[in-house]
Every structure is written in C-alpha cells, then in structure tokens.
Design a protein around this ligand. Structure first.
Ligand SMILES: [Zn+2]
Length: 345
C-alpha cells in the first residue's frame, strides 16, 4: 500500500517546531494521547502573521506547546485567524481558547460549527432514547453502548468552549489568505461537512482527514442519523477530489505525512471500501446477520477493545447502510425490535 506515493517530507517536525512544506505554509505536529498519536496543523502566511488551520485537542500538553509558540517560536509573528477543518476534538479542540486569548475569529463550515455547538449545548442528549435502542437493536451489549452514548461528555473534555460567532466557509467559495486565493472544498463521510482548502497557484491542498497517506478515516453511522449514508457521501467526495485536482498536487493532511499522489491514494481508499462491501455481501450469502456480527467480517478480525469496537461498529454500519441504499441488502426489524441484515428479497 502507498508505494506509489511521493513523500516529500519524510521526517515530521518535532512537537512545537515547524517545517515549511509549501511556500508560506508551515507544518506543525501536535501530540495526541491516543493510538493515533499526533495531529498535523498548518500555519498559513497571512500578512504579518499566520492563519492557523486546526489546533490540537484541549489538554495541558497542547496548551503548553501553543504557549511556547506564541511566546517566541513564531518569531513574534501573530496568529491572524483560526480555521477549523471539522468538529473532531483533535482539530477544533483549542479553537475557542485561541480565539478568546488572542482576539481572533473562527472560520468553519456551518455544519461542523453547529455539530460542535450541539454537543456543547446538550452533551448528555445522546445518552437517551431512541439512541440506546438503536445500538441495542443492532446487537451491541450494554458496555459498548455506554461508551457510544457517553461520547458527548468525552468530547467536551477535549474541546474548549466555542466562540459565539463564526465565519462560514462554504464549498465553491474562496478565502483570501496572505494575498493568495484558497478554494473551499467540502466533503462528507468522516464528518458531515469537512472543509479542505485548495491553493491552486501554490499547487497544494490542505485536505484534513479526507485523504491521508496511511490511515483510512473513520466513516461512521451515528445514532442521530440512523439511516444515513456517510460512506456514499465519502466516496462522492473522493471522486470529486480526484476529478478536480491535478495529479501533482501536494496533499497536506490532518494525520500521517504530506504526500503527492492523491489520485493513487483515492483509488486505494475506494478499493478498500469496495472490498469491505464485498465481504459483507459474501457473508450474507451464508445467512442473515446482525450489524455486530458483521464487524469481524468487515475488519477481518475480532475486535475486543470496547473503544475500538465503537468505531468499528459505526464503520460497519456505514457499509451496511450504503449497501441498503443501493438495494444490495435488506435491513429488517424482528418482533423483538432487533435488526437483521440479509440478502435483498
Ligand atoms: Zn483527525
């Protein structure tokens, strides 16, 4: 995998240090206390200072890194505004803290801003009906359901408050940063309206978590949108990126290394999801299944860690819903409310 990608910058900068990866764009890597142990954020030259795309999570380590950068490592050049690619904690975690502290404005897409706000307004809301039954009826046990239902509270521990206003970034609009034009692209799948910034004249795209060199972003059905088709949205976004961007475009992603070869990587990601769909259809030839029982089919192994399981379950359901929309399988409720997934009739 990924052998055809061209890694121009194989060594990431140390935490708190920056590396210029395109003219006027500095790559900064922030630590994360998870199995995925880092997030990439980018400083984009903006007049005398830098616009910042994404912030890291809100924890003591990341705050200290920002303290150090603001106090000196940016060589007196101020941050001018905060851009947020999407509402996940590793990307928006310190946006409010930085905005307030430095008197800056936030730029985000409307859905990402409102999704972040929604969790903040009622973090415990997911921990109720009909969300609990949704997971129960798809075969999950209580322990795993608790993790899924408490994600709102967990989220708030990693995200500072939000500014009360934001500047809306929208697909097909542009953003002027440091005298250059950045085209706003948005894509669903990993989150509902993730923003990517394409600098045509600079030959690079800040593509956040939509396309990364090694990992495949989590594409999950959420209980709030139980019949949603995030995988369909994701595949549409990948095809759009491949179609619209020249093959030599430098991809500056939210995790892993920057790379050239977006088209190659997009083909791999599409094939990866197609293989998962085929594995589900093959398993259903043997007999009907619950979504839970399809998790090892999709991942090729059993998943014991309950946190991993919550992601894996959402991702499995994304493939199930995708296939159901296309009438390649059927989801039926039994008398006890439990859902059964089977071949279409
Ligand atoms: Zn991320």
């Amino acid at each position: 995998m990924a052998v055809q990608l061209d890694f121009r910058f194989p060594t990431p900068p140390a935490p708190g240090e920056t590396l210029e990866v395109a003219e006027g764009v500095l790559w900064l890597r922030l630590p994360l206390p998870f199995r995925l142990d880092h997030v990439n954020v980018y400083l984009i030259e903006d007049g005398a200072g830098f616009a910042l795309l994404d912030t890291g999570i809100d924890d003591e380590t990341t705050r200290q890194i920002w303290d150090g950068l603001i106090a000196g490592a940016l060589k007196g050049r101020p941050l001018t505004r905060i851009l947020s690619s999407h509402c996940h904690p590793d990307h928006i975690g310190l946006a409010g803290w930085l905005c307030d502290r430095l008197g800056l404005e936030l730029h985000a897409t409307q859905t990402e801003y409102l999704d972040a706000l929604n969790i903040r307004l009622d973090a415990g809301a997911l921990n109720s009906e009909p969300y609990r039954s949704f997971y129960l009826n798809h075969g999950l046990d209580e322990a795993r359901i608790e993790i899924l239902l408490n994600r709102g509270l967990h989220y708030l521990r990693m995200v500072s408050h939000l500014p009360r206003t934001f500047n809306r970034m929208m697909a097909e609009e542009t953003l002027e940063i440091g005298g250059r034009t950045f085209e706003v692209l948005t894509g669903g799948g990993h989150s509902a309206e993730q923003a990517m910034l394409y600098c045509r004249e600079g030959g690079f795209i800040l593509c956040a978590d939509q396309a990364m060199a090694k990992i495949s972003p989590n594409i999950s059905v959420e209980a709030i949108d139980p019949n949603g088709d995030p995988l369909g949205a994701y595949l549409r976004s990948l095809r759009q990126l491949k179609q619209e961007l020249p093959p030599e475009t430098l991809a500056l992603p939210g995790h892993n290394l920057p790379f050239v070869g977006l088209g190659v990587r997009i083909d791999e990601l599409i094939a990866h999801h197609q293989a998962r769909c085929e594995a589900i259809l093959k398993a259903l030839q043997v007999g009907p299944s619950s979504a839970l029982d399809l998790v090892p089919v999709v991942f090729g192994r059993s998943i014991d860690d309950p946190h991993q399981m919550s992601f894996a379950f959402g991702e499995t359901l994304a493939h199930v819903n995708y296939l159901a929309r296309r009438k390649e399988l059927a989801i039926r409720a039994g008398k006890d409310g439990a859902w059964t997934i089977s071949q279409p009739v």
